[in-house]
Write a protein that binds this ligand. Structure first.
Ligand code: DO4
Ligand code: MG
Length: 286
């Protein structure tokens, strides 16, 4: 099932999509206010989130659409993995004045993991993502993201790891400035459960960028090209690192626009991942 968070008149609602039907769990008798309540119940009973939810659907009212999706899950921190696909490693070697650091992480046991955003810097669906005013070369990075609750995966979503290639390319030690700034990361539009997703390492992922109603980038890939697994990345992230309860881990990019491409304010970025949906954001300068 897919779990959305929407703005209701009386506060956020949890809307669950099963097949083509949407159920409002917050308007049901159990008044579920967050997907983490379902995760807590599932951990207690040893069931999956979908099994817990399945028992609530009969009494929950249905709704026609998911209006006003909010940043889905009140994330406190976002982390990201890098150079988990060959194309990302090649692009970084080409842009960087110190190319071999990327190769050294691509084929070594320990993955590259970096801090990406606090909750305040994250945006949700249909909100604006940022490009830095002091950067000259900016790209979105479409990535499958693992949603963690108390250090354990509870589902998947889509992440956009907005990046300044000019700043990162100048010196790898500038990575935090290339990656962490206002509106540097988008997540959404929903949390897809493990049962909904199937194999996370076999999902079609595409990105389309539009400028003045014209498509300026359109490509697709598959998560089967990833050289790491979500389990491996999660395991490294959670070692000796007491994460906040609500964390998301982006797993790296495999769609890299050509070197001649940079984002402009006003562009729209649509990222689609099979079995999750589409995360759409417009671009502003920050
Ligand atoms: O090494 C820099 C960042 C890499 C990254 O963000 C990615 O591969 O997605
Ligand atoms: Mg990335």
């Amino acid at each position: 099932m897919r779990y959305f968070r929407t703005a209701g008149d009386d506060g956020p609602h949890v809307i669950v999509a099963r097949d083509e039907t949407h159920y409002d769990l917050t308007a049901g008798p159990d008044r579920i206010s967050s997907v983490y309540e379902l995760a807590a119940a599932a951990r207690l009973t040893g069931e999956t989130i979908d099994e817990v939810t399945g028992e609530l659907l009969a009494d929950a009212p249905t709704v026609d659409t998911v209006d006003d999706p909010l940043p889905p899950y009140e994330i406190e921190e976002a982390w990201a993995a890098g150079v988990t696909y060959a194309i990302s490693e090649q692009a970084r070697e080409e842009e960087s004045s110190m190319a071999d650091v990327y190769l050294r992480v691509f084929d070594h046991e320990r993955p590259e993991l970096f801090f990406k955003a606090t909750g305040r810097r994250l945006v949700g669906p249909n909100d604006a993502v940022g490009i830095r005013a002091d950067s000259t070369w900016d790209v979105p990075e479409p990535e499958l993201a693992v949603v963690l609750w108390r250090g354990e995966p509870i589902g998947y979503t889509i992440g956009n790891d907005m990046s300044s290639r000019s700043i990162e390319g100048e010196n790898p030690l500038y990575l935090p400035q290339a990656k962490v700034y206002d509106r540097c990361c988008a997540v959404g539009p929903c949390l897809a459960s493990a049962d909904e997703i199937g194999d996370p390492h076999e999902l079609v992922m595409s990105m389309q960028i539009r400028r003045d109603d014209e498509v300026v980038f359109d490509d697709e890939t598959n998560t089967d090209q990833m050289v790491r697994t979500c389990e491996e990345l999660t395991s490294y992230l959670t070692r000796h690192n007491d994460l906040p309860d609500r964390t998301v881990l982006l797993t790296g990019t495999s769609l890299v626009p050509p070197e001649s491409f940079t984002l402009h304010p006003g562009d729209t970025v649509d990222i689609t991942i099979e079995n999750i949906g589409t995360l759409s954001n417009h671009v502003v300068e920050v």
